[in-house]
Design a binder for this molecule. Structure first.
Ligand SMILES: CC(C)(COP(=O)(O)OP(=O)(O)OC[C@H]1O[C@@H](n2cnc3c(N)ncnc32)[C@H](O)[C@@H]1OP(=O)(O)O)[C@@H](O)C(=O)NCCC(=O)NCCS
Length: 179
């Protein structure tokens, strides 16, 4: 594994390597340009644990401050843990949750919710890694297609999903709260 401490001759040897992941490509780029690796630690993707709650609640309160009553973090977590809890994934750096994604498969479609990466850790490929992990688990369940919803006020995220191969579809999203 590359550490960023490789000797000066390393870049020329590394040019012969073909990085297999975006993270490996970024490490290679840094080494070639002699940029020390200060921020881009490996993200550990794993199922949510009870001990993640404070970090996840804090992350969601920062990113989704206008959450409706049924989307309040503690209740949201509790409901997801009751149904397909193995599809509640956390991305952790040094053990601390800095990213989340919740997935579900209802036998017809897969759905993805609360994909979130802490602002200070964005543009390091973590959002892509979290979505890949959710997709892999949904695919393993036989899910043929993923749907997701984006708030109209959050349109810039559309470009993120397009980079991952998602497309805006000609649908109208409707909903009703079950009181
Ligand atoms: C959307 C979000 C998860 C992206 O996380 P991220 O870790 O910064 O994304 P990545 O670094 O994995 O980016 C993957 C690709 O999308 C692109 N991308 C990421 N954010 C983008 C943006 N806002 N606009 C355009 N492109 C974007 C990256 O450039 C990268 O492209 P490339 O790898 O093909 O060159 C993050 O911005 C976020 O948490 N936003 C707030 C929460 C939110 O809105 N979630 C979605 C709810 S539907």
């Amino acid at each position: 594994m590359l550490t960023g401490e490789e000797p000066i001759s390393a870049p020329f040897e590394l040019l012969l390597c073909k990085p297999r992941t975006p993270a490996a490509a970024r490490r290679l780029w840094r080494i070639i340009h002699y940029v020390p690796d200060m921020t881009d630690a490996e993200l550990e993707v794993r199922p949510y644990r009870d001990s993640d709650e404070p970090a996840v609640v804090a992350l969601w309160e920062r990113l989704f401050p206008d959450a409706r009553a049924w989307n309040q973090p503690a209740a949201y977590i509790r409901r997801k843990l009751a149904v397909q809890r193995e599809l509640f994934l956390v991305g952790a750096l040094d053990g601390r949750a800095v990213a989340t994604v919740l997935a579900g498969y209802d036998g017809v479609r897969g759905w993805v919710y609360h994909l979130a990466v802490a602002p200070e850790h964005r543009r390091h490929g973590y959002g892509r890694i979290m979505m890949a992990a959710a997709e892999e688990r949904l695919r393993a369940l036989g899910c043929p297609k993923i749907n997701l919803q984006i708030m109209r006020t959050n349109a810039e995220v559309v470009r993120f999903y397009e980079r991952l191969g998602y497309a805006v579809e000609d649908r109208v999203s409707m909903g009703r709260a079950l009181g």
